[in-house]
Design a protein around this ligand. Sequence first.
Ligand SMILES: NC(=O)C1=CN([C@@H]2O[C@H](COP(=O)(O)OP(=O)(O)OC[C@H]3O[C@@H](n4cnc5c(N)ncnc54)[C@H](O)[C@@H]3O)[C@@H](O)[C@H]2O)[C@H](O)CC1
Ligand SMILES: [K+]
Length: 452
Amino acid sequence: MRTAEQRCFDAGIDQATLMERAGTAVAREAMRFALGRPVLVLAGPGNNGGDAYAAARLLHSWGCDVTVAALGSKKSGAAADMRRRWTGPTVALADAAPRAVLVDGLFGTGMSRPLETDVREALHRLVGAADFSLAIDLPSGLATDSGEDLGLAPVSATCALGALKPAHVLMPGAACCGHVRLVDIDIACPDSTRTIARPRLTPPARDAHKYRRGMVAVVAGAMPGAAHLAARATLHAGAGYVLLASGDPQHRSPDALVRRKIADADDLAELLADARIGAAVIGPGLGSGNHARALLDAALASDRPLIIDGDALTLLGEDAVRRLSTRDARSWLTPHEGEFVRLFGDGGGNKIDRTRQAAQRAGATIVHKGPDTVIADPDGNVHIADTGTSWLSTAGTGDVLAGICGARMACGDESAADAAIWLHARAARLTGAAFMADDIVAPIASAVAECL
Ligand SMILES: NC(=O)C1=CN([C@@H]2O[C@H](COP(=O)(O)OP(=O)(O)OC[C@H]3O[C@@H](n4cnc5c(N)ncnc54)[C@H](O)[C@@H]3O)[C@@H](O)[C@H]2O)[C@H](O)CC1
Ligand SMILES: [K+]
């Protein structure tokens, strides 16, 4: 954001122009929600406060009843000019009385240390008493790059200026921003980091054949239910042919699932020699013993693209980087935070930075799961999912996701992991609430239909 801002300045656009754009965008949003109610605008000492004074002036000029609660001020610069141009009622932050609508312009991306106690108390008192609160850029007290809580008060909505920052999408910050509205202030922010959107999927070609339009092998192990769940998800996510490779291929529904008996790792190696298989899923319910380890070794040695999940991640452990970086075929890993730390450690910045570094080191795509899923590919691109539902935090949903990943990879999607994450979240939303993992499997097909 700062680089993009500097580029604007280099092109001759000054800070006051950007501030006026920001203030205008915020005032428009606040106006929509105020509906004639009194507005309290909190204005801090820096440029976030400058945006706040600009918004207050515009709201006042449009007929709103506006009071500014001020905290410190600068003597010069665009923020000071905005403050001078505000001629309406102003009180000190500590003395401000609550109003129905609050605009929080105390601190934005300049937040560098925890809020002082008196500021934090005033902020919480005023935000807590408002019916509707709108943060300018970020809720004050939120660390921009880490999403860390430095004393913030959660708001109803946030106007993110120019681009989303990590704190808008990473926990715990993401949960405190309310509805995030990205507003354009005409700053170009090209970046290799973005949030995911609904994928565009293509239906099978007219001459499609079951083996050519997405053939997936799902490897079962000690707990076959997990692999079975993944395999069913694979079928509903658009694969043409799904093989369940298992030591004990008992017949269970669905009938369309093809069972193949594999007694040992050699059998799996032979099965995975089939070049028609576009992706293999290994890990859900695989187990942790020698048999599981041998199956994983066979899968890693194969030429098939792999989705590595659950127990297979635990088996890889600290060896992940070494073993994955030497594979010729592509690999996708789907760890949750605990698994991620066991694979790659816990140092190195926020979740975006850590996932990007791990993907580059391992030469694999990493789907770092959680309420703020981060997907990083080995080329440094990072996509973040901010569309999940907290009902997905139930056993088995990870197995379902691994299955969807397998299907979308074998179907040849360009951003298969993004598509899988979107379909998974959408299927959950279509299912509703308090579901079990099995319930979200059939709705995956409806989610796919929305993307055609
Ligand atoms: N990026 C853009 O293109 C635009 C951004 N705008 C707005 O500017 C803010 C960022 O402004 P900045 O002056 O850099 O920082 P803040 O206003 O967030 O903070 C001001 C000041 O406060 C000090 N500070 C930090 N932490 C604390 C604390 N705990 N207690 C007291 N003081 C603290 C720190 O030293 C800062 O200097 C961005 O969010 C946008 O709202 C634009 O105006 C439009 C273009
Ligand atoms: K703010």
